[in-house]
Design a protein around this ligand. Structure first.
Ligand SMILES: Cc1cc2nc3c(=O)[nH]c(=O)nc-3n(C[C@H](O)[C@H](O)[C@H](O)COP(=O)(O)O)c2cc1C
Length: 515
């Protein structure tokens, strides 16, 4: 398999599109007796409970989500309290509810189907209160479990071809995806969800790290097999997706890589039986990087240019964003906002929101995204399109977000609730929302630059921005939910402007219906 053979990404993408036909003709049903466990459990490893009485940062949500710390500002080594805060507010259990199928433990970040297929691992040097090691984080008991004793940061740094943020990090969090836990419901689409659900989770992680005064960034370039081996993953079931180095220490503290033999650690099976979807294993293999040389070349390639539509001349009326001054913005802390976030289950169709609120969401959610694949900083792979339904200060219609100009361009005016209902898989939520935000990307251009790994990048970036939109909406006491969509119909509706692009992600924002 070769990362530059981009037909593999196209095959996966085209093969997992939703269409009227695919939805009507899919015989898949939810086999409740075979429902996967929502947690990865190592029955033979003792838990190391993380502190639960962690102080809150009191940094406002809106500044935390758009913050990028300069390395000079950042405090260097995370305390155990910081690590506990970052893990809990990214992947921790924030509420639970009883349903006919059993109890659901909802987590800090939104996740397709509440299936929580993203696992977190920590590779750390010695911290006060935590010995160097490679650990798994279990949100069920807010504990770490030691998989490997000793400092393995040199192995992680080597796998990333000495990416500076990883080389200097006292701690790196590794995010993995477990296929079956999500594929039980979504089948082969789970590989898209790895990016979406990993993205919403890491949006929280970046915000809480920034609020804790710690540098953090997303690293997507690494030798897959090396990181998988370090974590003792069975790569047919679970794979490393991206890394988040935290904090900054001197380079001289980085140890040499160590032997990391297979451990064969026992874990509790997720279900009586698992179904394997070969499309996803192929997509993963085709987007894997196989050597440090390949990682260095992948990262060092020229930056991706803004899409043609972002730099094209205006075709429609332009409306400037109107973000209120800092002192008029909501002051709730990032932790308060994460704790009250939850996907809106029904929007009030009669309600409206304001252009100032939409401006705050768009402006804050599209900043503060440090990632090795977004170079120079500020680059963005996804373009945002809006269907505005009820926003004071904006005519109803379809818009393109001109990020550099901080403006919205009206593509076509009209009342498009019926279209939004259809595009969002005929769900009521997009019809009743005040605004729907569609993420589209020029996959041709992205895959040409990044190879198949660009497919991981574009889905992940959409998830991160989507996660930030959730937080920016809830910071302003609005509601939001991620949604699925009919791929090609989205492009048709937004064309000719969107011609040649692919649909990646969708989010609806509005006012929750008071029952
Ligand atoms: C990318 C994404 C897509 C989603 N798609 C849908 C959807 O199509 N319909 C829906 O009702 N909810 C959708 N959701 C909401 C999830 O069901 C919700 O996040 C999950 O149940 C967890 O609940 P919480 O967000 O309230 O914590 C989506 C969430 C995400 C992150």
């Amino acid at each position: 398999m070769n990362n530059s053979d981009i037909q593999a990404a196209w095959r996966y993408h085209d093969g997992t599109k939703h269409s009227h036909w695919s939805i009507r003709n899919n015989p898949h049903f939810l086999d409740w007796a075979n429902r996967p466990l929502p947690f990865k459990i190592y029955p033979k490893i003792e838990p190391l409970p993380l502190p639960r009485d962690v102080s809150q940062t009191e940094v406002t949500a809106l500044s935390a989500i758009s913050e990028t710390l300069a390395s000079s500002q950042a405090s260097s080594v995370p305390a155990l309290q910081d690590l506990a805060r970052i893990l809990y507010f990214s992947a921790g259990i924030t509420k639970h509810r009883a349903y006919p199928g059993g109890e659901i433990y909802f987590r800090a970040a939104a996740c397709t189907g509440a299936l929580y297929e993203i696992e977190l691992y920590v590779v750390t040097g010695d911290l006060a209160g935590l010995d160097a090691g490679a650990y798994h984080f279990n949100p069920a008991d807010v504990s770490l479990r030691l998989l490997r004793n000793g400092d393995f940061r040199g192995n992680v740094a080597r796998a990333t071809a000495m990416e500076p943020a990883v080389v200097h990090a006292p701690v790196t969090i590794i995010c993995t995806g477990t296929y079956w836990r999500n594929a039980w419901k979504y089948q082969a689409r789970t590989y898209r969800h790895f990016g979406w659900d990993g993205g919403t989770l890491v949006a929280n992680m970046l915000a809480v790290a920034a609020a804790s005064g710690l540098l953090a960034e997303i690293v997507l370039g690494f030798v897959d097999a090396e990181v998988n081996r370090l974590l003792d993953l069975d790569a047919r079931r679970e794979v490393s997706l991206f890394l988040v180095p935290l904090g900054r220490a001197s380079e001289s503290s980085l140890p040499a890589p160590r032997e990391a033999p297979a451990l064969g650690l026992e874990t509790i099976p997720l279900s009586p039986r698992e179904v394997e979807y070969s499309e996803m294993l192929q997509m993963h293999a085709a987007s894997s990087l196989e050597s440090e040389v390949e990682v260095a070349q992948w990262r060092g390639k020229p930056p991706v240019l803004p899409s043609s539509s972002a730099s094209a001349g205006l075709i429609g009326e332009e409306v400037q964003l109107q973000r209120p001054p800092e002192e008029e913005q909501p002051k709730d802390s990032i932790e308060q906002v994460i704790l009250r976030r939850g996907s809106t289950r029904a929007f009030d169709r009669t309600a409206s929101i304001t252009l100032a609120q939409v401006s705050t969401i768009l402006d804050s959610a599209t900043q503060g995204l440090p990632a090795d694949f977004l170079q120079p900083p500020g680059t963005q792979l996804n373009d945002l399109y809006l269907i505005v339904q009820s926003v004071q200060g904006l005519k109803p219609g379809a818009y393109f977000f001109r990020r550099a100009q901080k403006s919205l361009e009206l593509l076509k005016e009209g009342e498009f609730r019926a279209e939004a209902h259809h595009l969002g898989l005929e769900q009521q939520l997009p019809a009743d929302a005040c605004v729907n935000i569609f993420f589209l990307a020029d996959l041709n251009r992205i895959l040409e630059r990044y190879g198949n790994r660009g497919y991981r990048a574009v889905q992940l970036e959409a998830g991160v921005i989507g996660g930030k939109i959730y937080l920016a909406a809830y910071a302003q006491r609005l509601g939001a939910t991620g949604l699925t969509f009919f791929d090609d119909d989205v492009i048709d509706f937004l064309s000719p402007h969107a011609k040649g692009k692919s649909a990646v992600f969708l989010l609806a924002i509005g006012r929750p219906l008071k029952r």
